[in-house]
Design a protein around this ligand. Structure first.
Ligand SMILES: [Zn+2]
Length: 82
């Protein structure tokens, strides 16, 4: 798989250019959490930058929503109570 991808990150920039950084991370195209397999066709090489960007976009939304509600503080301040 590393040989198939030429040892280079397989991510594409938005203008269609291919990232040419060394691919050091093996990424699941479809993440395990969505039923992705460990077969070669579901694996791709990414550089650390693109791997991090992809991972955060996959798991980030739900986690961010949870964090936001957990950290919401009561709207009244003790000093404002009569
Ligand atoms: Zn990359």
């Amino acid at each position: 798989m590393i040989r198939r991808d030429g040892g280079v990150c397989t991510a594409l920039y938005s203008d269609g250019r291919r990232c040419e950084l060394p691919g050091t991370d093996v990424d699941h195209v479809i993440p395990h959490s969505l039923g992705g397999s460990d077969l070669l066709e579901n694996l791709q090489l990414l550089c650390p930058f693109h791997h991090r960007a992809k991972s955060s976009s996959e798991g980030g939304t739900a986690a961010a929503l949870t964090r936001k509600s957990v950290h919401r503080k009561p709207s009244t301040h003790p000093a404002l109570d009569d």
